[in-house]
Design a protein around this ligand. Structure first.
Ligand code: B12
Ligand code: SF4
Ligand code: SF4
Length: 435
């Protein structure tokens, strides 16, 4: 088989396995060691990696120590003799509303949070990595020559989006996401790095897909925490995705109010992207929002930090991960958390992190002091504020104080005689995240 035939076979097999996109980027030595080579086809491949040291030096990685792994600067360091990287993409766009389309909480309804689209269904690592490994074993079966290879979904020291760009899958948007002109950016990436000689998807001299952001800057302007110091550059320390999933300690107080109802991740800079307006819908059931069945009475025995379930005599409602009720999330016990989020990407945020985040979102909720829910939410936050976990307790106190001081301020401004619900909503709305 020639290198070209091998590439065609891999791309065809990836399509049959359910991957929406597949391409190959070359890892020839000149790409990384000689930026000034005369061969224009080799110049600037993986060029964005040259910014990595500065990005790290600016501290943008926050506590994500694994991003300092020096192998990230050169994919060949991951696998000696590596010549090619195969990049796959799977569309996870479930046909459900965008976070930016969700109505703000009614002032008299239980407040709801937002779990990012990518985390609604089964953990993509667990869904995609086995598929990639299957593709790899088919390759071993199909190709005569022996070769080394490693498959990764997030897990390897490779900047997958840069590899995807040079495999011809799309461009890197101002929001730093990989965008494909037909599929948009709701894509999970996966890579196989290999010593196999494969024909690159981009012909010699062919540039990677053009950057179609143009003069648009919707993502930059919509980001509630101003996490983009400049287009194409993310300060992860300010990104709600980092704050809710990766950060283990206290969320900086100055960022909490801007986090709105986010509990796990954030979709805003993709929700507003025009290239996602016509994004096709995934056929995979794995990425639909999970529906959580109510617990059987026998299983509700273990003490939780709770909540509404306590007050109603046990959790008997079925729940969806699409805009879930915050009181439910804040009141989950560790055991309940492990059961609800088994094989889910939410696990990465950990139980303590999700309860912490749900407290912040409750503090940001637009719940009116006149609502019967208000007193119940404040009681829940009081209980969490008195729990033995310092991190949760501090965030619960912050949320309680924010809710109750907003209610007090609202009472001070009441004399106009306007509808209290409307006034309450307006006041809270001005403090919480809305774009
Ligand atoms: C760490 C990480 C994060 C971090 C940091 C994100 C980031 N932008 O780097 C956090 C936790 C914030 C995060 C959030 C999200 N993530 Co994430 N994340 C990763 C991970 C594991 C590593 C990415 C990485 O290496 N970042 C390091 C920085 C350096 O990379 P970078 O932002 O591309 O930075 C470059 C530019 O800044 C560029 N640059 C260009 N010009 C200039 C100019 C200057 C002066 C400088 C300094 C730099 C610079 O150079 C830098 C270095 O090359 C990848 C998987 C992987 N192994 O690649 C998934 C991945 C990128 N994440 C993914 C997803 C889905 C998300 C979220 C959408 C999840 C969510 N809904 O909450 C958000 C999106 C937020 C966003 N706008 O990026 C997908 C992206 C798919 C896609 N279509 O692009 C990936 C590929 C996972 C996967 N396997 O599918 N993520
Ligand atoms: S994911 Fe949210 S917080 Fe992070 S950069 Fe995008 S809009 Fe900003
Ligand atoms: S919102 Fe606009 S600027 Fe941002 S990634 Fe999409 S097209 Fe590019």
């Amino acid at each position: 088989m020639t290198a070209g035939e091998r590439t065609s076979w891999i791309i065809e097999s990836a399509r049959s396995a359910g991957f929406d996109l597949c391409g190959v980027a070359p890892l020839d030595a000149n790409v990384f060691t000689s930026p000034n080579v005369l061969d224009i086809s080799r110049r600037d491949r993986f060029g964005e990696l040259r910014h990595l040291p500065e990005w790290l030096a600016r501290g943008y990685a926050g506590e994500m120590k694994y991003l300092h792994d020096t192998r990230r600067s050169d994919p060949r360091a991951v696998l000696p003799g590596a010549r090619s990287v195969i990049v796959t993409a799977v569309n996870y766009h479930a046909a459900q509303p965008l976070s930016t389309e969700m109505p703000s909480d009614a002032t008299d309804a239980p407040p709801r949070g937002w779990i990012s689209r990518y985390a609604w269904g089964d953990d993509y690592h667990e869904t995609i990595l086995p598929k990639l490994n299957e593709l790899l074993s088919e390759m071993r079966h199909q190709f005569d020559e022996s070769f080394e290879a490693r498959a990764y979904v997030d897990t390897g020291p490779i900047v997958e989006r840069i590899a995807a760009k040079y495999a011809g899958l799309g461009w890197l948007g101002k929001n730093t996401c990989l965008i494909n002109r037909k599929l948009g950016s709701w894509l999970f990436l996966g890579v196989i790095i290999t010593t196999l000689d494969l024909e690159p998807s981009l012909a010699p001299g062919e540039p990677p897909p053009a950057d179609l952001c143009g003069s648009c800057r919707r993502c930059l302007d919509a980001c509630p925490t101003q996490a983009f110091p400049q287009p194409h550059v993310l300060d992860a320390r300010r990104c709600i995705s980092y704050l809710t999933i990766e950060l283990r300690g206290a969320i900086p107080e100055e960022l909490r109010a801007s986090m709105g109802n986010a509990v796990v991740g954030c979709d805003i800079c993709q929700d507003v992207c025009p290239w996602n307006r016509k994004a096709p819908v995934t056929p995979f059931a794995d990425f639909q929002p999970r529906e959580i069945e109510p617990e059987s009475p026998a299983r509700t025995g273990q003490a939780s930090l709770q909540t509404s379930a306590d007050e109603s005599g046990g959790d008997r409602k079925s729940r969806s991960l699409l805009a879930p009720e915050l009181e439910w999330l804040a009141g989950l016990s560790q055991r309940q958390f492990s059961e609800v989020f088994r094989r889910s990407a939410v696990k990465r945020a950990k139980w303590r992190g999700v309860v912490r985040n749900a407290c912040v979102a409750l503090g940001n909720s637009t719940i009116s002091a006149r609502s019967p829910d208000f007193a119940r939410v404040v009681r829940l936050l009081e209980r969490l504020a008195a729990c033995g976990d310092d991190l949760i307790a501090e965030h619960a106190r912050w949320a309680r104080d924010r809710l109750t001081s907003a209610a007090t301020n609202w009472a001070d401004t009441e004399p106009t005689g306007e509808s209290s619900a409307v006034l309450g909503a307006d006041f809270r709305g001005s403090q919480s995240r809305k774009i």
